[in-house]
Design a binder for this molecule. Structure first.
Ligand code: AMP
Ligand code: MG
Length: 395
């Protein structure tokens, strides 16, 4: 199955299973959450014309080149008096323009005379250094659409409009399962044939960044009865996310147990790393089974499970930003699967990590993102290739 088709199917499934409940949160709590409704400006921004500079405000038509008397001082946060005709006002950045003024000159272009009058040293023009009322936003304009993910910028924007709370989608509850007798949690001693469980840490912290509540279901041993029992104990979740144990190996007990109480389809994706991916449900709860090799887990979560999850929260644009960069490598062997090479950009060229094995997570730690090499293509040094930064996928 081509990557696009898998993504399309997952997004369609996500739209059928929206996590639609909402809650009202203070801005301080809303980081990483998804806006439930469009946000409309209840204010003009700025609410009144104000000065973009520290300087002097005047009415341009009143000025014929002569020095002007200063008749008031206007600080930010204070209400001005109307401007006395033929005079100017001392004004500071962000302070409201007095009625009658239509121009601000910055103090650097002025000279204060011994008698206190101000001489303007340069020519002046109408509306210079004035931020007009409503130049950013007008009352009633939509400033953010439903499904916007709230980061520092969006929260800052909501704050400029005076919103103290926002209505957001509730957090998805995601159960993370690791499978395999070989897995041991970091910090414990390794027995023969064992490896440390890295996928759990990777996924749990990634999901938390995506605003999920994680139900950490630990390690399932390769044993059917215990796998059944762990699944039965999960409680109420919106998604079961597993790694390993669902391909066609003899020890793939998770697949067996899931099939007994639901449905599970095995998709053979044209993606490398990460060919086997399963999708189905367990007692009605959607299940995504990611391949167990750490680099495969990373790529399939980032490119498929992440957009699926965000779409269930109503996020419209789930595609990561990607851009074209000249290759700093040769890729002579055309593949039948789409490859995501762990790569970094250096001196304007994108370079790939020497070992692209799906078991190697170090490649991704070295990298800043992935290069997408399309099926059948053989990019050469200097050819344009597509780069997707990890910063896009992780946030
Ligand atoms: P599986 O799909 O269970 O056959 O696993 C494929 C490969 O990924 C095997 O080499 C596993 O040891 C490895 N693997 C599976 N789960 C994890 C995990 N949670 N952390 C690190 N490696 C894993
Ligand atoms: Mg396994």
């Amino acid at each position: 199955m081509p990557v696009e088709e898998a993504l399309e199917r997952l997004l369609a499934l996500a739209e059928k299973a929206p996590i639609a409940e909402t809650e009202h949160l203070a801005l301080a709590e809303a980081e990483g959450r998804v806006l439930a409704h469009e946000l409309v400006a209840g204010l003009d921004l700025p609410p009144w014309p104000n000065s973009a500079m520290d300087g002097y405000a005047l009415r341009l038509a009143d000025w014929q080149g002569e020095p002007l008397r200063v008749t008031q001082r206007i600080f930010a946060g204070h209400a001005p008096e109307p401007l006395e005709p033929g005079t100017c006002a001392r004004i500071f950045t962000g302070a409201p323009l007095p009625e009658g003024a239509d121009c601000v000159e910055m103090q650097e272009n002025t000279e204060v005379l011994a008698d206190g009058r101000v001489r303007f040293l340069e020519s002046l023009s109408l509306a210079q250094n004035v931020r007009p009322k409503g130049q950013e936003t007008r009352v009633g304009e939509q400033v953010m659409s439903a499904g916007t993910r709230l980061g520092p910028i969006e929260l800052g924007l909501a704050a400029t409009l005076g919103y103290g709370t926002l209505e957001v989608r509730r957090q998805p509850r995601v159960a993370v399962l690791s499978t395999g007798d070989e897995l041991v949690e970091p910090g414990l001693p390794l027995g023969p044939g064992q490896i440390y469980n890295s996928n759990r840490r990777l996924l749990v912290s990634w999901l938390q960044r995506l605003g999920c509540e994680v139900v950490d279901a630990g390690i399932l041993p390769d044993d059917l009865a215990r796998t059944r029992q762990s699944l039965a104990e999960l409680g109420s979740v919106d998604l079961i996310l597993s790694t390993g144990g669902v391909s066609v190996g003899e020890a793939d007990f998770l697949g067996l147990a899931l099939r007994e109480a639901g449905e599970l389809a095995l998709w053979k994706l044209a993606i490398k790393p990460g060919k086997p991916l399963t999708f189905g449900h367990y007692q009605g709860v959607p299940v995504i089974g990611l391949p167990g090799n750490p680099a495969s887990t990373l790529v399939t979560f980032g490119l498929l499970a992440r957009p699926y999850l965000l779409r269930r929260l109503g996020v419209g644009n789930v595609a990561p930003l990607r851009f074209s960069v000249p290759a700093g490598f040769d890729w002579p062997k055309a593949g039948s699967r789409r490859e995501y090479l762990r790569a970094r950009i250096e001196d304007g060229l994108v370079r790939i990590y020497k070992n692209q094995s799906s078991g190697v997570l170090r490649s991704a730690a070295w990298a800043d993102g992935v290069v997408e090499v399309l099926e059948g293509s053989t990019p050469r040094q200097g050819d344009a290739v597509t780069f997707i930064p990890f910063s896009e996928l992780l946030g």
